[in-house]
Design a protein around this ligand. Structure first.
Ligand code: NDP
Length: 245
């Protein structure tokens, strides 16, 4: 049986690596993205090169309820099942609390938390019917430990952890597991804005002395998405080179 995965925010960074990793396992791969057509097309080509059974790209905002419904409907019509959902789409709008606008707070919560809620809700029905599913939420080390300048982002990522545990309890008896991965500093466009000096200082503070790669995260997600990981649910797996110790 060919399994189907939906990766939100699959056009770039960690999401692209996830899409490629599931392709190597011969999944039907569905990636959503916000607007970067070129990056989505590139990821689609990479998925095909890496053995995806089929690839579908979907442009849509994860904070938009109709777009999420349409995304799951499109995947179901094409493949008849959704086995794995990775809620990976995420944004940052950093700033110290005193200067953070309510809009920047709301936008980050809408994409990072509401988006994961909506997508999880829409895949639950088909997953319950199948009596099989894996939902994996990409949280962050700052959702556990906090970070100055990221009140909005850390709230969204901490929220994801609470939601992961609640949904895990709701769906466990249906053979659907729900887990979170909490990455540390990972080399992607999101962290590209850091200066070399900032990166050096961060690296020296990480016990394994390097930033992580998207592949480090993909390995953890693939483990949780595996059929054999059926006894792991409601867990938050830190993949952070020891940052959170
Ligand atoms: P990138 O900025 O590299 O990529 C973000 C992806 O999300 C893109 O595919 C983008 O689409 C998509 N996206 C953004 N907003 C929306 C939206 N509203 N609807 C649908 N898709 C959207 O991010 P990373 O790969 O670095 O991060 C991926 C996840 O990992 C995020 O949740 C992030 O918070 C988390 N994370 C990252 C860390 C890091 O160090 N990089 C550390 C800890 C957690 P498009 O290309 O169209 O813009």
């Amino acid at each position: 049986m060919t399994r189907t995965v939906i990766v939100t925010g699959g056009s770039r960074g960690i999401g692209r690596e996830l899409a490629i990793s599931f392709s190597k396992k011969n999944y039907n791969v569905v990636i959503s993205y916000a607007g970067n057509e070129g990056a989505a097309a590139e990821t689609k080509a990479l998925c095909k090169e890496n053995g995806a059974a089929d690839v579908l790209t979907f442009k849509g905002d994860v904070s938009d309820e109709n777009a999420c419904e349409e995304l799951v409907k499109t995947a179901m019509e094409k493949y008849g099942q959704v086995d794995v959902l990775v809620n990976n789409a995420g944004i940052t709008r950093d700033g110290l609390l005193a200067r953070m606008s309510a809009e920047d707070f709301d936008n980050v919560i809408a994409t990072n938390l509401r988006g994961a809620f909506l997508m999880s809700r829409f895949v639950t029905k088909p997953m319950m019917k199948q009596r099989y599913g894996r939902i994996i939420n990409i949280s962050s080390v700052v959702g556990v430990h906090g970070n100055a300048g990221q009140a909005n982002y850390s709230a969204s990522k901490a929220g994801l952890i609470g939601m992961t545990k609640s949904i895990a309890k709701e769906l466990a008896s249906r053979n659907i597991t729900v887990n979170a991965v909490a990455p540390g500093m990972i080399e992607t466009d999101m962290t590209d804005a850091l200066t070399d000096a900032q990166k050096e200082s961060i690296n020296s503070s990480i016990p394994v002395k390097r930033m992580g790669t998207p592949a480090d995260i993909a390995n953890a997600v693939l483990f949780l998405a595996d059929e054999n990981s059926s006894y792991i649910t409601g867990h938050v797996l830190a993949v952070d080179g020891g940052m959170g110790i």
